[in-house]
Design a protein around this ligand. Sequence first.
Ligand SMILES: *[C@@H]1O[C@H](CO)[C@@H](O)[C@H](O)[C@H]1NC(C)=O
Ligand SMILES: *[C@@H]1O[C@H](CO)[C@@H](O)[C@H](O)[C@H]1NC(C)=O
Ligand SMILES: *[C@@H]1O[C@H](CO)[C@@H](O)[C@H](O)[C@H]1NC(C)=O
Ligand SMILES: *[C@@H]1O[C@H](CO)[C@@H](O)[C@H](O)[C@H]1NC(C)=O
Ligand SMILES: *[C@@H]1O[C@H](CO)[C@@H](O)[C@H](O)[C@H]1NC(C)=O
Ligand SMILES: *[C@@H]1O[C@H](CO)[C@@H](O)[C@H](O)[C@H]1NC(C)=O
Ligand SMILES: *[C@@H]1O[C@H](CO)[C@@H](O)[C@H](O)[C@H]1NC(C)=O
Length: 567
Amino acid sequence: SDTLLYPYGPQYQDRSTPKADDGASPQISISEAFYFYGKKYHSLYVNNNGVVSFGQPVSQFTPDPFPLTDGRAFVAPFWADVDNRITGEVYYRQTQERQLLQRATADINAYFLDERFTATWVFVATWDQVAFYGSLSSKVNTFQAVLTSNGERSFVMLNYKDIQWISGQASGGDANTGLEGTPAQAGFNSGDAEHYFNIPGSWTPHIINITSTSNILDPGRWVFEVDVFVVPNGCAYKANFLPVSGIFWVDPTCEKRCQCMPDGRGVRCQAESCSVDEICHPAFQYHVCQPIRRASCQLLSGRHHTTFDGRLYHFRGNCTYVLSQMCAPSHNRSLEYYRVEVEMSGAAPGTSHIRRLHVAVHDQEIAIPANATGHVTIHGIKTLLPVALLGGKVRVRQSGFSVKVVTDWGMEVSYDGKQHVMVAIPVTYHNSTCGLCGTLNGNASDDFSTPNASLVTSVVWFATSWKAKDVEHQCGEISQLLACSPSEQAVYSSPQYCGFLKKSPGPFTACAQLLPPSGFVESCVYDLCESGGDQRVLCEILRVYTEQCQAANVTVGQWRSDAFCGG
Ligand SMILES: *[C@@H]1O[C@H](CO)[C@@H](O)[C@H](O)[C@H]1NC(C)=O
Ligand SMILES: *[C@@H]1O[C@H](CO)[C@@H](O)[C@H](O)[C@H]1NC(C)=O
Ligand SMILES: *[C@@H]1O[C@H](CO)[C@@H](O)[C@H](O)[C@H]1NC(C)=O
Ligand SMILES: *[C@@H]1O[C@H](CO)[C@@H](O)[C@H](O)[C@H]1NC(C)=O
Ligand SMILES: *[C@@H]1O[C@H](CO)[C@@H](O)[C@H](O)[C@H]1NC(C)=O
Ligand SMILES: *[C@@H]1O[C@H](CO)[C@@H](O)[C@H](O)[C@H]1NC(C)=O
Ligand SMILES: *[C@@H]1O[C@H](CO)[C@@H](O)[C@H](O)[C@H]1NC(C)=O
């Protein structure tokens, strides 16, 4: 009546292995040939330490991970230091009894849908409530290996009913808990270097939970065809189980993408890298492409800065400034160095102050000039876009109106050649950035940090401290933007001017939910005050905000007309 374990015990004429440390059954001749990874076997051994072996018995009590280098062929339902002298029995029998053949036939046909299989031979080995070597506890394990064949095709079913310990005392385990030490290994080793399989959790503490894992949606049961290697509902790749449709990359730079195909068609691989919004990340034995979480910093019309942590401040400068750079502790080698500098010039009110953007990363020096599309300079040499440097570690391309620089580690810098610069850095740079974009640690209060890491309150002091070192032209003084009078403030905040961004319903309503426009409105009011309400200034800000919305895939309603921003 047990649905997981096949029937076992003396009442089914099972034999028992000797009660001996690291003992095994005698060589058992089998009545039907068993093909195991292309080799044909006529006998096997049931070993106390949780292994059914071909060719020779196994007395090794501390398991090794597969593949073994010494060519031993075996099935390991739970390879660990069993001690049946303390308690428990290791039973086995081979049978051609009709009822059991029918059960094996039905099970295999339910798991392997391709062609009909009729079992002609079944072998059942059961470790019933066995203790571990050196045990001072009452912990016992019960598990089973079922081998079945029709003389040509062969299958192995591993059933785990109750697993309470994972290592013996001589394998470093704790005598009271049966944990710690070198944990049990479960799976197969064909004897060659290619065909082997580790059940997930093998050789780790997670193997204690093998009773709740499965490749056939039946917790505690693992089933494999072993004449040729087939894993139902998944694939084996380098000995590890992958669910159907599982996608992974084999290399640490994510260039070869592999997928476990349905219907036993195995693993297919092709050249494909992560998308630009993803980063290659180690995962278990492989690598996966994961979406990058980034924080972004913005500079609008060369005067309005929003830090990574969301602090908005304003100044007018006439110099080259460090927008952002990596400034992690020097011992942290896991972060790539980068530096983004912006070159500003005093310009007439209402026009941008930005002259050029400099990006230094992976020892590349990229300069994006204002008013230029389709080219940048790299190490001072004019270069047409798109361009991929260092085999794609740094890519520069035109994206809409903006030039975009992206790196393999997830940095994204864009400049529209006019009003808007954006620097986006992965959040793994937590507390490791400095410059006008601030500290990237979720705390806007410490963003005004100078190169010597002291906090200041004055915008002028803060900005002055981030003047770039090697500036060619004479730098003028930094000035704070003049605040508007209350009456100007009221006029320019209204829906006829900057408040248009917040008008609801209005062309920006959908976008405002995703990109709150309050920073744009505040910056817009400054610029309109400065320019005395110049409509062209307003149009530029609306244009930049529209481009931000479109980059985020939000549709913006029509807002230009003949009378407003020129149709
Ligand atoms: C085993 O599974 C339980 C329940 O899901 C979980 O709490 C525990 O952390 C797991 N143990 C190990 C070693 O993975
Ligand atoms: C870019 O073009 C605008 C408008 O034509 C002009 O006002 C500005 O000075 C130019 N900027 C640079 C750096 O050439
Ligand atoms: C180095 O940076 C990585 C990535 O952000 C971080 O996980 C790690 O804790 C840092 N190490 C030190 C010593 O700061
Ligand atoms: C971030 O840096 C500040 C100043 O160096 C330090 O006091 C703080 O503990 C850091 N925070 C984290 C989460 O590393
Ligand atoms: C944010 O930074 C300020 C200035 O360093 C510090 O006083 C404050 O405790 C920080 N807040 C948090 C939540 O870390
Ligand atoms: C750090 O920088 C601030 C502002 O730039 C300056 O006033 C202060 O003297 C500097 N402190 C040290 C220790 O250099
Ligand atoms: C916008 O849509 C395009 C095409 O569907 C997609 O490739 C891109 O990732 C989307 N961008 C964002 C920010 O969702």
